[in-house]
Design a protein around this ligand. Structure first.
Ligand code: FMN
Length: 198
């Protein structure tokens, strides 16, 4: 059975507009792909901690020994084995909540998610062909040099070997001049269309 890994970084849970948009996509996608398993990670409930210096040293030793079977690398193994990845997170401090960054620290294991080639280049080791990043933003940041969330995800997909990073976003939601409901409705229609092809 193929697996879609859903990483829920929507810290506000039931209040989150990003999560509501993502659930709309996922319901539609799952109806079209009933034979796929969905593995869901709710980052806010997981309480992952940032890597410490001592951990980096200990884990680096395991990486060099290629001892990848232990619980330290479970999240990385799961990420690398997923057939498709869905990542949902609101736009915070120009990128995404710290919980997402911490999760990515746990996933970015040399020897599982990627490796280094002879010339020092990164070579992706993840199986997924597509990663859909769903986000909502208070302001307008499409194409802005200050937008550091989607751009970071695109860069990491390159590192992980995930060939097709996709973005579903609604933005300008906290700008009082905008009709947030209408913007979300339009993004919802984009979610429905994406569910047909993802
Ligand atoms: C802690 C925090 C930081 C935020 N940082 C930004 C920001 O840097 N730029 C921006 O345009 N909106 C920012 N926002 C607004 C959110 O991006 C916006 O309200 C988004 O729709 C929230 O998504 P959610 O409903 O899924 O939580 C921030 C909101 C919070 C709570």
């Amino acid at each position: 059975m193929k697996t879609l890994l859903f990483i829920d970084g929507c810290v506000r849970g039931g209040q989150s507009r990003t999560l509501a948009l993502t659930e709309r996509f996922l319901d539609r996608w799952q109806a079209k792909n009933p034979d796929w398993a969905v593995e869901r990670l709710t980052l806010d409930a997981m309480g992952l901690r940032p890597r410490t210096g001592a951990e980096i040293e200990r884990l680096g030793k395991l990486e060099r020994e290629k001892s990848f079977d232990g619980p330290d690398f479970a999240l990385a193994r799961q990420f690398a084995a997923a057939d498709k990845i869905l990542l949902a997170a609101p736009f915070w401090e120009l990128s995404f909540p710290a919980a997402v960054k911490v999760y990515l620290e746990h996933v970015s294991v040399v020897g599982i998610a990627f490796r280094y080639g002879a010339d020092g280049e990164t070579i992706g080791m993840c199986k997924a062909d597509k990663l859909l990043f769903v986000t909502t933003r208070g302001g307008n940041y499409d194409g802005s040099e200050f937008e550091c969330g989607w751009r970071q995800i695109v860069g990491l997909c390159g590192m992980y070997g995930i060939g097709e990073p996709l973005l579903l976003r609604a933005e300008g939601l906290d700008d009082v001049r905008n009709d947030a409901g209408a913007l979300l409705a339009r993004a919802g229609e984009e979610a429905d269309a994406l569910a047909e092809t993802f």
